[in-house]
Design a binder for this molecule. Structure first.
Ligand code: ADP
Ligand code: ZN
Length: 731
């Protein structure tokens, strides 16, 4: 049990607010007093703001002059372990505490009193006159004796209008009651029998159960090819946590949060879990946030921000597809949900399971070093086998200009069509063509506000900047030399592939899966489900098809440009290409039909392509780890990115130079700074961007060194400085 600390009325307390202030504010505890951790409303100037009671007053104020906390909100006080989590996460990511609190107080209507709603059940009175409609209402209420319904639900179930129900309430035949709007979640049944596990699955599940029973913190890397049953295994760990009366959280990349997944959970536990992501209604979010804090919710399936829910007794966190780059939040608070999951678990004595077919090098290394337990499922479940992987050497293929499907790949696709199977063509490029070029003057159309090319989106009939989202109509005239009708698309995007495929296979049903072609995440998910059910013959997709969905009829994956990811200067380019190719290939041959993956490449001898083809993952990781260790880069060294931005390039560079020249705190700590240099995308939304990179050996406390280094610099005008600890992308 946590030690409850209570502040008597009038005692001075310090409050952390969600306002961007760099300190705690002192107030007088309200009438009735308040608990440590209580969510409160306090006056700040003329406004009322939300905060959390953080401890006894810190300032040296005259108590009689302190303003009083306005009221304590109707929410469970923040637990000690959540406070510790926020503090440690703030220290790790160098994020102000007020911003951390905003993540943890994301409950819509947190300040509202508990709202009530009217529900209806069987009354004691008798209707004066029995009509058909009235008897149907009574029949529904009698059949579901213990339950109560909203007026709308009851009307729908009985097939009557709400006025019938209103009439019956007047007569007392139906009783109307008030109940709190935020209802607890129905309990999950952990003891419903799951699937009969294979020997390897059962062994892995047993290890996880035992770890949970131990009651301590631990992290397990659950590695297994797509389809090997990782989900089946971790659902057993969820069952164990629930049996122990603890809560569980399953984090998924948002796009993998499909109805299919939720149905699977429902099949296993008899009821749906709470769902937390950007598409969830405000009312439902409020309910989840509250019930998590009251312990009346056992399982949340959600996107990365679910990590900041106020769980009362969190016993297990699953991070599925743990290598996925979308776990890194790239806006606002720059945190990696995978790392924060481990941090939170270590504070509240929980278990973490990191599941992946192609783990990040960080997790692989932690497992090798013995920091993480490692479990491996090597076989796919059932008759399906891993697809065979082969390269198509593009140097030997005859291609017309403006065409990207080689004759070899075309033949393979045709064979699938003849057999009624599906083929997936993968190209990680949205839009129609990455470059629009003027054939008269050679100009490439760029964005007005960014250092990026405009990408043609024929479906939207616009040119679009993938940096800032700016769009313009597709011009007919070159903006530079004014020549008419000379603009030409160069290079392939998925939309252009769609054209080529339709021309090459006129009878095939083609579906292009790219996030920007669908109005909403829901529409996209619906299309994915249609495809899974056989609604398309050829699927053309960007990287979103790589994420956790089963296409049982899919037997061929064609990678249009396997070299694409290898060109960047990103330190993770090889790792990313390896993961993506393996993931995409893993989509093929899931049911009883063996699959094949064909990689179009101009450099089949490249070590990464070789590693992908050989399927020898351990060899790839070892080589990649050795290379990074020699270079002293993550995970064998530490890095922090500093991005400076502002509207005036010279001012931004001046600040960069000043930082680089005054690096004593870094050098004292054993770190070095590289730069300033223009960021790879040197201008975004009209703001110039300059980058510095701090590098340090593994043992260095890079956060405190960076904090001491930047502290003396005051940002004037519109200058901004963002610190990115463990940067993932170098844009
Ligand atoms: P992964 O998470 O590793 O991709 P899944 O857990 O999704 O693998 O399993 C792949 C498919 O095989 C799913 O449809 C799953 O229901 C099925 N499956 C896995 N293990 C079993 C089992 N022991 N019994 C029955 N079906 C299983
Ligand atoms: Zn732009």
């Amino acid at each position: 049990m946590e030690k409850a600390t209570f502040f008597d009325p009038g005692a001075s307390v310090s409050v952390l607010t969600t306002q961007p202030l760099d300190r705690l504010l002192d107030y007088k505890a309200p009438e009735g007093g308040c608990m440590l951790g209580a969510f409160v409303e306090v006056p700040l100037g003329p406004r009322k703001v939300i905060g959390v009671v953080w401890g006894p007053g810190v300032g040296d104020y005259d108590r009689s002059k302190l303003r009083s906390v306005i009221r304590v909100l109707d929410a469970a006080p923040m637990r000690d372990e959540v406070r510790t989590f926020l503090i440690r996460a703030s220290e790790y990511t160098l994020t102000p505490m007020s911003a951390m609190l905003r993540l943890a107080a994301r409950a819509p209507g947190l300040g509202d009193p508990p709202s009530m709603r009217k529900v209806y059940r069987l009354g004691l009175g008798q209707p004066d006159r029995m009509t058909d409609a009235r008897s149907r209402v009574l029949a529904v209420l009698e059949e579901f004796g213990g339950l109560s319904f909203t007026q709308k639900e009851l009307a729908e179930m009985a097939g009557v209008t709400t006025s019938v129900i209103k009439g019956m309430v007047k007569l007392g035949a139906v009783a109307e009651e008030d109940t709190p709007r935020d209802l607890p979640f129905p309990p999950l049944d952990a003891d419903r029998p799951g699937k009969a596990l294979t020997e390897a699955q059962a062994e892995a599940a047993q290890t996880l159960r035992a770890a949970l029973q131990g009651g301590d913190y631990g992290t397990t890397l659950l590695k297994g090819v797509t389809g090997s049953g990782k989900t089946e295994v971790y659902l057993e760990a969820v069952a164990q946590a629930i049996r122990q009366g603890r809560q569980a959280l399953v984090l998924l990349p948002e796009i993998a949060l499909t109805a299919e997944f939720l149905t699977r959970v429902e099949d296993r536990f008899g009821t749906r879990p709470a769902e937390w992501h950007s598409g969830v209604t405000m009312t439902e979010r409020r309910r989840i946030w509250r019930m998590a804090g009251l312990g009346q919710l056992q399982l949340v399936v959600g996107a990365r921000s679910a990590l900041f829910l106020p769980f009362q007794n969190l016993g297990l966190i699953i991070v599925d597809e743990e290598h996925d780059t979308s776990y890194k939040q790239e806006d606002g608070v720059l945190y990696n949900a995978r790392d924060m999951a481990v941090l939170r678990a270590s504070i509240c004595s929980s278990q973490v399971v990191l599941a992946s077919a192609t783990p990040s090098l960080e997790s692989w290394t932690n497992a090798r070093a013995g920091k993480y337990r490692r479990l491996e499922l090597t076989d796919r479940f059932g008759p399906s086998t891993l697809p065979e992987m082969r390269a198509i050497d593009m140097r030997n293929e005859q291609l017309e200009a403006g065409r990207w499907i080689s004759p070899s790949l075309r033949t393979a696709v045709q064979a699938r069509l003849n057999r009624g199977e599906q083929a997936l063509l993968f190209l990680n490029r949205r839009g129609y063509a990455p470059v629009t070029l003027c054939r008269a003057c050679g100009e490439q159309i760029g964005c007005q506000h960014c250092d990026a090319r405009m990408v043609e989106h024929r479906f939207l009939k616009r040119l679009m900047c993938h940096q800032c989202g700016e769009t313009t109509p597709i011009p007919t005239q070159c903006p530079s030399c004014k020549a008419e009708g000379k603009l030409a698309p160069v290079g392939p995007g998925v939309e252009r592939m769609g054209e080529e495929v339709t021309a090459t296979f006129p009878d095939a049903r083609v579906s292009v899966l790219s996030s920007d072609l669908f109005g909403s995440a829901r529409a996209l998910k619906a299309e994915i489900e249609t495809i899974a059910a056989g609604g398309a013959d050829i699927i053309i997709g960007t990287q979103l098809v790589a994420k956790g969905h089963n296409f049982p009829l899919l037997t061929l994956v064609g990678v249009i440009d396997a070299d694409l990811g290898l060109q960047g200067s990103d330190l993770r380019a090889a790792e990313r290409t390896f993961q993506l190719m393996r993931q995409v290939a893993g989509r093929a041959g899931r049911a009883d039909k063996p699959g094949i993956a064909l990689l179009q490449t101009y450099q089949p001898e490249h070590p990464v392509i070789q590693a992908i083809l050989s399927g020898d993952e351990e060899e790839f990781w070892k080589a990649e780890a050795a290379g990074r260790e020699a270079a002293g880069v993550p995970p064998f060294g530490r890095m922090a990115g500093i991005v400076l931005s502002g509207t005036d390039l010279q001012t931004v560079f001046d600040l960069g130079n000043a930082l680089a020249q005054n690096d004593t705190p870094l050098r004292q700590a054993g770190a070095e700074v590289l730069g300033p240099a223009p960021a790879p995308i040197a201008r975004v939304r009209g703001r110039h961007r300059v980058r510095l990179l701090v590098k340090a050996p593994k043992g260095v406390a890079i956060q405190s060194a960076v904090a001491r280094w930047i502290a003396p610099f005051k940002l004037k005008g519109d200058l901004r400085l963002a610190v990115d600890i463990d940067p993932q992308s170098f844009l």
